[in-house]
Design a protein around this ligand. Sequence first.
Ligand code: DX5
Ligand code: ZN
Length: 215
Amino acid sequence: MSFFVSPSILSADFTKLKEEIESVEKAGADFLHLDVMDGCFVPNLTFGPIIVRAIRKMTGLPLDTHLMIADPLKYIKNFADAGADIIIFHPEARSPIEETLREIKKFGKKAGLAINPPTPVSAIRDYLGELEWILVMSVNPGFAGQKFMPEVLPKVEELARLKREKGYSYRLAIDGGINGETAPLAKRAGAEVLVSASYIFSSADRRKAIMTLKN
Ligand code: DX5
Ligand code: ZN
């Protein structure tokens, strides 16, 4: 079983974003995770399509774009045009899920859903066959550097089991509080992609951090 790592730039030094992205790309990152926050769906604000477009020019890594915004449907075209490869949104937001998934696919992008810690797998059960990514949140979204919530692991196990049993093709990712101690728990539960901001960007040796998460 091989595992993938997607560093979230939320903990990068934005005064030298290009070097930061290059450093994780060279260190073995498989994806780059972009946390888009609107100050409404979550109590924090980050960046939008303009920055995604700039990042697109800085790296060849696939961009998994995590939309923590209240009305994702309204902005799918903007993120697709900006160069996002995978567009992930929340069922807890107010956009109609089916229509938003269709909109993402209309632009030839991979579609994913992210579920907050209190949200059960049943909230996305009807869409499992259409999803290319699922992001299980292991913190309440909004900020980097929060503590991992082990109580979400049964959802990872359930989604891994459903994938196996029903032959679904989604990539199963986990996001929040992932570090050298929590990554093995997430992987044991069935997570295939580890998203991590603070653990990777706060470590001086990023290759070592990424390899620790993978192995
Ligand atoms: C949280 C974001 C995460 C965050 C992870 O709202 O969705 O992607 O950047 O940060 P760490 O790895 O520091 O928990
Ligand atoms: Zn995220």
